[in-house]
Design a protein around this ligand. Sequence first.
Ligand SMILES: [Zn+2]
Length: 135
Amino acid sequence: MRRYVFLCAGILLFYVLALFIPAHRLEPAAGMVKQEHVVLMECTGYCNCWYCTGHHKGDTDYGRTFFGATAGLGTVAADTNLFKPGTRLYIPGYGPSVVSDKGSGITGNKLDLWFPDHATARAYGRKQLPVQVID
Ligand SMILES: [Zn+2]
């Protein structure tokens, strides 16, 4: 009986304390990604080279994404049926990225991450990563 009273008092104390925690501390901070916006993606690397893009240095569209942006670190090709161009992502080990390209083989849960050179892109390999979709 005594143990039960202590248990009840404990639970009551917990709720009373919870009331004093400011509401904003119970909500995710601004800019923080909610767990449901984390998606498991298969990530590979690409670069500006002919092998990766089909464009040669000197071509007018060399180094440009499908949407006309200049490819750089953070440039990511995705399935635009899933992610609209401009979608901001956070890719673990790669960093903040923006969906700004698309590729023929990039469908479904696949992402192609831009790297400055072919060796680095190839060395990146293929990784299953929990990618945060920011907006
Ligand atoms: Zn390449």
